[in-house]
Design a protein. Structure first.
Length: 276
């Protein structure tokens, strides 16, 4: 089946509009009839394909009694929903809940990721997560519990039916985040997860020296019905890339890492040696 013609922005836009529509308690057909729309027009809107002008969209939001702040957010997204790629820049830190990232992780059939400095976020235990947020510059202490909860919540996707491929540099496993006890608990957690048939954890050993992943960490998400998306973040921004050139480039990095990383059994042995 060919990939749907939607974008990262468009899918978030569609998901947000769907939530607004569903909050009314009315069926999609009933809403379309009230607006004088063909039901397919509303369906296209909810799948991120657009197809409405600003006046029509404002009528929909008015019918759904959308609060002013969300109204402004959705009207702004409407104008760019067809553009590929999305640099989400925040004035302060990354938000507590990464709305766009979570939505894409939730529907991904495969997630391939590379981690240079820390254990992958999807594999972190709460006691490992907390000190990471505690040392963030300008982090609000009142938000730390919420941030830990949000990251742990993302881990609900670690279940059969999809595949996860984690490449982790050996140095990331040696960093004693949270102190020795927490660090050991974290490594034992990796060992437990590594035997799940849908989770692959492969370590890139320090001894190989320079490698294709030295430029930075990222995730590549694959889907059944839409094109792949690459995601990377900083302290106050997240970048989604979906153009073919970027996806091909990061796919080549993953291919290169696969060529130098230890296999799954060797990786388990190395983690066992470190924790011992």
């Amino acid at each position: 089946m060919p990939a749907r013609t939607s974008t990262v922005r468009g899918r978030e836009f569609g998901a947000a509009v769907r939530a607004v529509v569903d909050s009314t308690g009315m069926s999609h057909r009933a809403i379309a009839e009230l607006l004088g729309w063909d039901p397919q027009k509303l369906s296209d809107l909810l799948t991120g394909k657009g197809g409405v002008n600003e006046i029509d969209f404002a009528r929909l939001l008015g019918l759904c009694r959308v609060p002013e702040e969300e109204f402004d957010h959705l009207m702004a997204l409407l104008k760019v929903s067809r553009e590929k790629g999305w640099w989400q820049h925040y004035k302060g830190l990354l938000p507590v809940k990464m709305r766009t990232l979570i939505e894409h992780e939730t529907v991904a059939s495969e997630i391939h990721s590379w981690h240079l400095t820390l254990v992958p976020g999807l594999l972190q235990i709460p006691d490992y997560i907390r000190p990471l947020f505690e040392v963030w510059p300008k982090a609000d202490p009142k938000d730390i519990d919420k941030r830990v909860e949000a990251r742990v919540g993302r881990q609900r996707i670690l279940e059969p039916g999809r595949k996860f491929f984690f490449y982790v540099h050996e140095q990331a496993l040696l960093l004693p985040v949270g102190g020795e006890t927490v660090w050991r608990d974290q490594l034992h957690h990796l060992l437990r997860l590594s035997v799940r048939p849908y989770v692959s954890i492969r370590v890139v050993p320090t001894r190989i020296g320079a490698h294709a992943g030295t430029m930075g960490e990222f995730s590549l998400m694959k889907f059944k019905k839409i094109s792949p998306v690459v995601y990377t973040d900083t302290m106050n921004s997240g970048l989604f890339m979906e153009d073919h050139a970027s996806v091909d480039l990061y796919s080549e990095v993953l291919k290169s890492l696969a060529g130098v990383a230890l296999d799954e059994e060797e990786s388990r042995s190395l983690i066992t040696d470190i924790v011992s």
